[in-house]
Design a protein around this ligand. Structure first.
Ligand code: GAR
Length: 231
């Protein structure tokens, strides 16, 4: 199987796009980023695409009368570029069930929480308000329901004392940037099957679908942990 032609859909900064572009610079990486599409003309990710010399298009949702018309324009871009796989990377438009069906099991999304917890917006503020000790990110197949679909890769991140939503978001983004290239590689190699809405990976090795933030690894061996100190 050749390298799979992949499009990345963005709405903003595009730091996950950057991680995918960097991974795909390696000729051994099983996907090539052939197209970037933004629904916002001012998205910084467009500049990242330009620097990486990857074709980029703007399909501004405000220029279309309906969601269907917007998606028809979007899909025309994908078709012209011969796209096989799609990665949503901070793409802040909800897709219609029809488009989700056409790209079923060929379209990934990244969400900044450990799904199915904290679907929707403001995840980090909600995690902090709940006093959760861990959070993370999830790369999953896209389904019509918001932030739902078979889970492919997750990354785990500790919530640390003094965190605010911005600091926590930065830590989660660090693991997002490792999870998304991993997930796309698994999909592009053809080892992934979705069976009964669960992901199965051919010859899966332990840990292939789980990344751990270094700050969490350090905590696990922290000699100052209270239960260790008490002994
Ligand atoms: C990322 O944290 C991504 O997980 C999130 O938007 C950010 C985009 O950052 N996506 C969602 O919340 C989708 N529900 P980026 O533009 O720098 O990649």
């Amino acid at each position: 199987m050749g390298r799979r032609a992949t499009a990345v859909l963005i709405s903003g900064s595009g730091s996950n796009l950057q991680a995918l572009l960097e991974a795909a610079r390696d000729p051994a990486y099983p996907a090539r980023i052939e197209l970037v599409v933004s629904n916002r003309p001012d998205a910084f990710g467009l500049e990242r695409a330009r620097r990486a010399r990857v074709p980029a298009a703007v399909v501004d949702h405000r220029a279309y009368e309906s969601r269907e018309a917007f998606e028809a324009a979007l899909e025309e871009e994908l078709r012209l570029a011969g796209i096989e796989l799609v990665c949503l990377a901070g793409f802040m438009r909800i897709l219609t069930p029809a488009m989700c069906a056409r790209w079923r099991d060929r379209m990934l999304n990244i969400h900044p929480s450990l799904l199915p917890a904290y679907r929707g917006l403001h995840t980090h503020a909600r995690v902090l308000a709940d006093g959760a000790a861990v959070t993370g990110c999830t790369v999953h197949f896209v389904r019509p329901e918001l932030d739902a679909g078979p889970i492919l890769v997750q990354g785990v991140v500790p919530v640390l004392p003094g965190d605010d939503p911005e600091r926590l978001a930065r830590r989660v983004l660090e693991i997002e940037h490792r999870c998304y290239p991993r997930a796309l590689a698994l999909l592009a190699t053809g080892r992934v099957r979705v069976e009964g809405e669960r992901v199965r990976i051919e010859d899966e090795r332990p840990g292939e679908r789980l990344l751990v933030h270094p700050a969490l690894g350090r905590l696990e061996v922290d000699p100052a942990a209270p239960e260790t100190a008490a002994r």
